[in-house]
Write a protein that binds this ligand. Structure first.
Ligand SMILES: O=C([O-])CC(=O)C(=O)O
Ligand SMILES: [Mg+2]
Length: 309
């Protein structure tokens, strides 16, 4: 959920005119950079949908004629069309909102763009994000081996430590119980800038393992990030820390494990505190980038290499 935008009050909903730049800054706390574009886009889509503005950027609500026509409806008069004024006000507000959340690296790209749709399309083209199909996601889920079968087939690897059992300290979220894939590691503490960066890029069936230091004070992933992970083709996420927006996460075609939920938002630091691709220790089990993780209803296993049964 977008925390500071009210969700329901009357069927009219809220007017976009009540949205201040301060409110935009709380809803979109991280400035737009190439690395977080997809997350930024999802957040703006949520705001635009809530205020019924999506048609202005997606083109389904084009700009009305600027001037009214005469009584016969033939010739243009010099009277401004009120519908044009309303549309134009919305468009300019949206442009200002988006510009206000651009980092200094992105801001120059927005120069000279006069409408919110122009800016929206320009960024889309510049940062080119193509999501995966639902068939791709289904195939990913179907490819996960059962952890019981793996343990039965590889007692030698369990004994040698090449196959390790991650202690069952996690809660299950997301649509998939079972997921598997090569591991990408992250070490963060209450700041999810790097989580956003990775989940905004192609997952290619990998599993993001986040050592969040076990913090129970803030979530490091939420509904928008789970949606981003789903669209970008990540197989799963394992977090030694908390998540929020569980209802949204549970709608996503992704497997997610975390210690618990926590409604408090993560910190977002533009310089991205944390470390990528470093060994992490979860429940006393060391996990390296590139190892394989297998998760299902019975547990979580980490293997030095990809396994077959
Ligand atoms: O704001 C965040 O980074 C976490 C969150 O709520 C979401 O992913 O929806
Ligand atoms: Mg959220």
């Amino acid at each position: 959920m977008i925390e500071s935008v009210p969700t329901s009050r009357g069927i009219q909903g809220y007017s976009y005119t009540s949205v201040t730049l301060k409110k935009i800054a709380t809803v979109i706390p991280a400035k737009l950079q190439r690395q977080n574009y997809f997350f930024w886009k999802l957040l703006f889509e949520q705001i635009f949908s809530r205020y019924k503005l999506m048609g202005i950027v997606d083109g389904s609500e084009p700009c009305p004629a600027q001037f009214l026509t005469d009584k016969e409806g033939n010739d243009l008069t010099d009277q401004i069309n009120p519908a044009f004024e309303i549309w134009h006000d919305k468009d300019q507000a949206m442009l200002t909102w988006m510009r206000s959340t651009c980092s200094e690296h992105v801001l120059p790209f927005t120069a000279g763009l006069a409408s919110s749709r122009e800016l929206w399309l320009n960024l889309e083209k510049r940062f080119q994000v193509v999501g995966v199909s639902s068939e791709y996601r289904r195939n990913l889920a179907a490819a996960a081996l059962a952890t019981t079968d793996i343990c039965d087939a590889h007692p030698d690897l369990l004994a040698s430590g090449d196959l390790r059992l991650v202690p069952q300290v996690f809660q299950k979220y997301g649509k998939w119980q079972a997921f598997a894939g090569p591991v990408v590691t992250l070490k963060v503490f209450e700041d999810n800038t790097l989580v956003i960066e990775l989940l905004s890029t192609k997952g290619e069936g990998r599993v993001l393992v986040v050592d969040g230091g076990g913090s129970m004070r803030r979530a490091v992933t939420g509904g928008m990030l789970a949606r981003s992970a789903e669209i970008m083709g990540w197989a799963g996420i394992v977090i030694n820390g908390c998540v929020r927006d569980v209802d949204e996460i549970n709608e996503c075609e992704i497997g997610l494990r975390a210690l618990a939920t926590c409604p408090v938002r993560p910190i977002k630091n533009d310089s991205g505190s944390g470390q990528k691709h470093v060994p992490v220790s979860i429940g006393g089990v060391l996990i390296h980038e590139g190892e394989w993780l297998y998760a299902d209803g019975d547990g979580i296993l980490v293997s030095s290499s990809e396994l077959s049964i």
